[in-house]
Design a protein around this ligand. Structure first.
Ligand code: GDP
Ligand code: MN
Length: 391
C-alpha cells in the first residue's frame, strides 16, 4: 500500500528525520491558510497523488504570493494529473501540501528497499538526486552506492557513515546525514515498509540535511498489525476495479485490452494472457478466482469482470484441481439466470468434475461457447470478439 508524501513526512518526522514544516489542504483557501500559518514569503506547493515525477508534470511549484498558490490549486485540485508513472488516465489530486521552501545546495538520492531475493534490506544513495535518478542508474551506475543490512542484526551506525561518506558532503553535515539515515531505517523497519524513497534528500545552503520529498510503501500483508498506517489508505488513488475485487477477497489485475479473463492461479493467468495475445487479442484484465471457489464466488467474479467498461468478450479458463468444474459451471449458469450478458462468453473447463460441469452448461440452454484446450479457447474468444465488435 502506498501513502501520500505528506503522510510519509509526518511519519518520518515522528522518527526524527528532518523534514520541512508544512500543512495539507483540500482547497485554495485552505492552502493559503497553511501558507500564512507557515509565514515567510515563499512556499513549495505540491499536488498529492500516489506518483513521483510530479515536478516534470507541473505538480510542484515554488509560489511567492497568495495569488500563485490559488492559481496552482485551481488548476490541480479535483483534476487528474498525468505523470510518466501514472499511466494515461492520471491520478486524482484531492489534496495539496504547502511547505516552507528550502534553499538547495545539493540534491541527493536516498532509498531503502526490501530485497526479497537475498532476504535483506538494501540502502541506496547517490550524489545525483533530483528528478532523473532512473537515468543516473542507467548511464552512470558507479554514482550509486549501496549497503545491505541483515534485518536480524539491524543497522549499525558505522554502516550509515559508510554510505554517507560516498556522498561528498561537507564535514559539518556528515553526522546529521548519518543520523537521518539511521532514523529512516528505524522508520522503515518499525512500520513494515517495503520501500522508503527520499528524492531528493538535500543539503541546504546552510549545510543542513532535509528530506524534501518522501515516498513510502508498505507490505499489505502486515497492515493488520499497523492500523495507524492503514488509516493512511486513500482509495481515490487505487484502480477501482482492483479495490472492488479485493473487497471480495479476489485478485484482480486491470490491463488495457478488451477481453476479460477469469482464471484460477497466477501461472494459468500468465499462460492465458499470452495465448490471447497469440490469437490476436488483448486482455482487459484477469481475475483469479483462487482454489475451491463456490458457485456464488464464480458468479461474483463474472460480475466484477463485467463491471469493467473495456470488457467486450469474456474468457473463463479453469483448470480445476482443488476447484470443481461443476461448481464453476453452476456459478456461470446462476449468473446467466439472473442477468443477460450481451457479449461473447467462452468457457474452457478442465480437471476435477469436468463432465459434470460441461453437462450443467449444456443442460442450461444458455448461450455459452465451450472450448477444449487453452489454445482453442483463446482463438474462439478472439474470433467472437472480432465478430461482435467488427474490430
Ligand atoms: P517529484 O517530481 O514528484 O519527485 O517531486 P519533488 O518533491 O521531488 O519535487 C521536484 C523538484 O522540485 C525537486 O527535485 C526540487 O528540485 C524541486 N523542489 C522541491 N522542493 C523544493 C524546495 O523547497 N526548494 C527548491 N528550491 N526546490 C524544491
Ligand atoms: Mn522527488
Amino acid at each position: 500500500m502506498d501513502i501520500h508524501e505528506y503522510q510519509a513526512k509526518k511519519l518520518l518526522a515522528e522518527y526524527g528525520v528532518p523534514v520541512p514544516k508544512g500543512g495539507v489542504a483540500h482547497s485554495a483557501t485552505g492552502a493559503i491558510y497553511q501558507a500564512n500559518e507557515l509565514g515567510g514569503d515563499k512556499w513549495i506547493v505540491k499536488a498529492q497523488l500516489h506518483s513521483g515525477a510530479r515536478g516534470k508534470a507541473g505538480g510542484v511549484k515554488l509560489c511567492t504570493s497568495q495569488r500563485d498558490i490559488a492559481k496552482f490549486c485551481d488548476k490541480l485540485l479535483g483534476n487528474n494529473l498525468v505523470t510518466h508513472q501514472t499511466g494515461p488516465a492520471g491520478k486524482m489530486v484531492s489534496s495539496i501540501y504547502v511547505e516552507e521552501a528550502s534553499d538547495i545546495s545539493k540534491e541527493l538520492y536516498f532509498s531503502i528497499v526490501l530485497d526479497r531475493a537475498i532476504q535483506k534490506v538494501t540502502l541506496i544513495a547517490s550524489t545525483e538526486g533530483g528528478m532523473d535518478i532512473e537515468k543516473v542508474a542507467e548511464e552512470t551506475p558507479d554514482k550509486i552506492s549501496k549497503i545491505t543490512i541483515d534485518p536480524a542484526v539491524g543497522m549499525q551506525p558505522f554502516q550509515a557513515r559508510q554510505l554517507v561518506f560516498t556522498l561528498n558532503l561537507p564535514n559539518s553535515a556528515i553526522a546529521a546525514a548519518s543520523r537521518a539515515v539511521m532514523k529512516c531505517y528505524r522508520a522503515f523497519r518499525d512500520t513494515d515498509a517495503n520501500l522508503l524513497e527520499i528524492n531528493p534528500m538535500i543539503l541546504t545552503t546552510d549545510n543542513k540535511i532535509l528530506a524534501i520529498d518522501a515516498k513510502m510503501s508498505f507490505d499489505a500483508n502486515a497492515l493488520f498489525r499497523r492500523p495507524e498506517i492503514f488509516e493512511f489508505r486513500d482509495k481515490t488513488q487505487e484502480d477501482p476495479r482492483e479495490t472492488n475485487a479485493a473487497e471480495h477477497d479476489l485478485n484482480y489485475v486491470g490491463l488495457d485490452g478488451n477481453i476479460g479473463c477469469l482464471i484460477n492461479g497466477a501461472g494459468l493467468a500468465m499462460a492465458t494472457m499470452d495465448m490471447i495475445q497469440h490469437a490476436g487479442g488483448e486482455p482487459a484484465n484477469f481475475l483469479d478466482i483462487g482454489g475451491g471457489a463456490s458457485a456464488e464466488r464464480v458468479a461474483t467474479s463474472i460480475e466484477l469482470v463485467l463491471s469493467d467498461d473495456n470488457v467486450e468478450a469474456i474468457l473463463i479458463n479453469i483448470f480445476a484441481g482443488i476447484n470443481r468444474c461443476d461448481w464453476v459451471a453452476q456459478g456461470i449458469v446462476d449468473l446467466l439466470n439472473k442477468r443477460d450478458i450481451d457479449i461473447p462468453l467462452v468457457v474452457r473447463l478442465s480437471g476435477t468434475n469436468v463432465e459434470k460441469g460441461q453437462k450443467i452448461l449444456k443442460d442450461s440452454g444458455k448461450k455459452v461457447t465451450t472450448a477444449d484446450t487453452l489454445s482453442d479457447a483463446a482463438h474462439k474468444v478472439v474470433a467472437a470478439w472480432k465478430q461482435a465488435t467488427g474490430k
